[in-house]
Design a protein around this ligand. Structure first.
Ligand code: ADP
Length: 491
């Protein structure tokens, strides 16, 4: 390859340390894939209270102990620790910002697990984190070729570097990836002083009378990406889920691209997955049925090979189509089906689901909380996987389902539009079932289509095999990031 680049990939969450959603999968698997291409990759994230230092082999670095981090009119020391992420092909250095007040004392990442409410000091916490990234580069005297920021929590890294620290970072280029344009981390103007940035920057960041980190990231970055081509296009037309930032984004169209995420093919490979009860061999049913049995047993359902098992793993969010599911359950359970939902969300939405599971104890089982082993078992043990999203930037879960032979039933939106192709019984093409309109009736219709296909064992096996033979790795997408990195650093 051409000259390898030095890249710092900044994220508020990354596996194996911490995860609430797809961004953590990406912050783990994309840097490793880029490392595999030869780049000098490093990642940086905060250490939350639930992250174990012992289990993750996080240790001190002498030069980065008690680093004073300016925040507003005072400083609060952070200790930047060291760790690494790896897979069988690559290893990447991780820098981890530790600070008791902002991160360690809290068990959750963005919200209080008990109340489900966001922490009131979230903006301050992530401004602090961003400044710790800047200070780490200054102390190490390391100004990478690329700093790749992800979502609003990391936006101030590039805003600070491009403004207050532009001399230090004069050679560095900045990529900003948004994983969900609906989350912008806005905060009140009076908190702006926490950033230590100028009035000019403040003016740039104001949007609808609030300070908007994502607006700043769009303005100051050298390249903007998001996590699928379709979502990249959808977002430009969508003022509702972009807080009207779509028109600003349109201005930067020339330095903007959608790149479909890939999956980490080591942790999501049914042939070697140690979190499921039976690994994939040559015979699909000898893989699916034992996992389906374990899933039924663990959740309290009766195992029956012939009753279709539908899985869902989701945040209980409108975006994920949760209202469609709620309004359709009574109709859906006229059919002989079983359903397992692994989810997390507000207490109110959890109560609604709990009530439904009590109403249908033989058909619906619900697990609350974040449970990685259960997520793997649901993919391996379910026959179908439901994602009726209102909008979906990428939809990694659909790729996991395809790889595990759980046929996705999805609304064709965003990344799901690229991942799942509707099955055509005539020419036997397609890997799942899709519907277009965000309506319960359309979702029910596509579930019914899946149920009738399921009865035809031969045809079902074709859909499953179409899905399992797909390539969901970073293979193609990592090259697109590589090209972007090269194009913005070439002069
Ligand atoms: P998003 O990033 O919008 O949440 P994705 O489908 O792209 O949606 O990615 C979600 C990731 O988080 C998937 O890897 C999924 O398996 C995982 N996930 C979501 N909720 C849970 C949960 N309650 N327990 C375990 N994993 C979960």
């Amino acid at each position: 390859m051409a000259k390898p680049l030095s890249v710092l990939f900044v994220s508020s969450e990354a596996l194996p340390y911490i995860k609430t959603g797809g961004v953590a999968d990406v912050a783990y698997s994309l840097p490793l894939a880029l490392r595999d291409l030869g780049h000098d990759m490093r990642i940086m994230l905060p250490k939350y209270g639930s992250v174990s230092e012992r289990r993750n082999r996080i240790h001190d670095i002498n030069r980065l102990k008690d680093v004073p981090i300016p925040i507003g009119s005072h400083t609060d020391p952070a200790t930047i620790k060291s760790s690494s992420i790896n897979n069988p092909r690559a290893k990447v250095q991780a820098y981890i910002t530790t600070n008791n007040k902002y991160f360690d004392a809290k068990k959750g990442i963005y919200s209080d697990a008990k109340t489900g409410k966001p922490y009131p000091d979230n903006s301050e916490r992530f401004i602090y984190f961003c400044r710790s990234v800047i200070e780490t580069c200054l102390i190490l005297n390391w100004y990478p070729d690329i700093i790749h920021c992800n979502d609003w929590q990391t936006a101030f890294v590039l805003i600070m570097a491009k403004t207050a620290f532009s001399k230090d970072f004069k050679k560095t280029k900045f990529v900003f990836t948004f994983h969900n344009m609906n989350q912008q981390g806005e905060f009140s103007e009076k908190q702006f002083d926490l950033t230590g940035l100028s009035q000019k920057v403040k003016n740039d960041l104001i949007h609808k009378k609030m300070i908007n980190p994502v607006k700043g990231a769009l303005i100051y970055s050298d390249y903007i990406t998001t996590v699928s081509e379709t979502y990249a296009k959808d977002v430009l037309q969508d003022s509702k889920h972009t807080n009207d930032l779509n028109s600003l984004l349109l201005k930067y169209k020339k330095r903007y691209k959608g790149i479909l995420n890939g999956i980490d093919t080591y942790s999501w490979d049914p042939k070697i997955d140690s979190l499921i009860s039976k690994k994939m061999g040559n015979n699909f049913n000898e893989f699916k049925q034992p996992n389906k049995k374990t899933l039924a047993l663990k959740t309290g359902l009766n195992y029956n090979e012939d009753i279709p098992m539908i899985g869902m793993i989701t945040r209980l969010d409108e975006q994920k189509g949760f209202p469609l599911v709620l309004s359709s359950i009574d109709k859906l359970f006229h059919e002989d089906i079983q359903m397992v939902i692994l989810c997390d969300g507000s207490q109110e939405s959890k109560n609604e689901l709990r009530d439904l599971s009590l109403k249908y104890p033989k058909k619906l089982k619900v697990r609350f909380g974040f449970d990685e082993p259960m997520a793997h078992l649901i993919e391996a043990g379910s026959d179908m996987f439901l994602m009726p999203s209102e909008y979906e930037p990428c939809g990694l879960n659909a790729m996991y389902s395809l790889a595990y032979g759980s046929v996705p039933i999805v609304r064709s939106t965003g990344g799901l539009n690229e991942i799942v192709i509707d099955f055509n019984s005539e020419n036997k093409s397609g890997n799942g079932i899709t519907f277009k309109n965000y309506k319960s009736a359309d979702m029910i219709q596509s579930i019914n289509k899946a149920l009738s296909l399921f009865k035809n064992k031969e045809l079902w096996e074709v859909i499953v095999q179409n899905g399992m033979s797909g390539d969901y790795s970073w293979g193609k997408s990592v090259k697109e990031y590589d090209e972007i990195y090269k194009s913005i650093t070439k002069d």
